[in-house]
Ligand binder design. Structure first.
Ligand code: HSE
Length: 309
């Protein structure tokens, strides 16, 4: 068994319009890389952090060590680990930055311990990293980052997660405007109660999106990529949101919405060509308004966390 491992943990789009806190999908290529090493003492230590500022190196605050500690506590292990982090997802981007780090950390430590847990079982520990970062232990980023694909959380208590089949041709476009939105802040502005009429609309869309993905019914996917609960409140935090979304729809997207808690905005399209046109149209809105951005076009990543060289 190797004592050192390098891990890729993909970025994610959480919520996927109607599935606030329960739906998520993994992206290809964009994500964090972690090097995790077993040590001879009982400490968890954070070494270099490349690609992001203001990430805590205090192991009681860093999401990687918090998540690994939760796993070690569960099995009563005192194994030490040293973690180096290379972040390719900006914190506060809405692409599951802290989730990728948390997921990659527990995936790598689990491998070095001889795989006592399945990827699905690791979600509960990665969620502790999410809690350290955003005050709430949601799983809609860590589940797809660990498992890959499109995941749904049926229940948080007990934790019950399932993966949903999706059409191969479904391509994500993500535009990340250069502003930061903290998940904790984006959660605080949400109303604690939901009108029954809104809940009915959301239930319909969540079940229809799941069915549309499984049956590869693009019409149903298109009709159900809607959110009547969270988007109206949060979209005010994102520059040019409505204009960007409309530009994506006009360019042929099936639908679009806020990625996680924003500010990234995503669209889903049938086929790469359309996804690229959608990306051009959405990013042109930001360019016109003088707002810097990053653009990603990605298939859904079927693998999730994986070992790399
Ligand atoms: N579901 C969470 C939220 C994801 O929207 O607050 C955070 O990225």
């Amino acid at each position: 068994m190797s004592e050192k491992i390098r891990v890729f943990a993909p970025a994610t789009i959480a919520n996927v319009a109607c599935g606030f806190d329960i739906m998520g999908l993994a992206l290809e290529k964009v994500g964090d890389q972690l090097t995790i090493q077993k040590t001879d003492d009982e400490r968890l230590t954070i070494g270099s952090i490349i690609g992001a500022e203001n990430i805590p190196t205090d192991p009681t605050k860093n999401v990687c060590s918090v998540a690994i500690q939760a796993m070690l506590d569960h099995i009563g292990s005192k194994q030490g680990f040293h973690i180096d982090i290379s972040k390719n997802i900006s914190p506060g981007s809405g692409l599951g930055s802290s989730a990728s780090s948390s997921a990659g950390a527990v995936y790598g430590a689990n491998m070095l311990l001889g795989k006592p847990f399945t990827k699905k079982e690791l979600v509960q520990f990665a969620m502790e990293g999410e809690k350290a970062a955003s005050e709430k232990a949601h799983a809609d980023n860590v589940a797809p980052s660990l498992l890959g694909g499109f995941t749904v959380i049926r229940s948080y208590d007990p934790l019950d997660i399932f993966s949903v089949h999706y059409p191969e041709e479904l391509i994500a476009t993500v535009v990340f405007p250069a502003v930061e939105v903290k998940t904790a802040d984006a959660k605080k502005i949400l109303k604690p109660e939901v009108a029954l009429s809104d809940a009915i609309a959301q239930w319909g869309n969540v079940s229809a999106l799941t069915a549309g993905l499984i049956t590869e019914d693009f019409g149903l996917i298109e009709r159900s990529l809607q959110d009547v609960i969270v988007e109206p409140v949060r979209s005010i935090l994102i520059p040019c949101y409505q204009e960007m979304k409309q530009a994506g729809m006009d360019a042929g997207a099936l639908g679009g919405n806020i990625s996680g808690s924003g500010p990234s905005v995503f669209a889903l399209s049938k086929g790469k060509e359309t996804a690229e046109k959608v990306g051009q149209a959405m990013s042109a809105v930001l360019a016109k308004n003088g707002i810097a951005y990053e653009l990603f076009i990605s298939k859904i990543n079927p693998v999730g966390c994986e070992i790399i060289n």
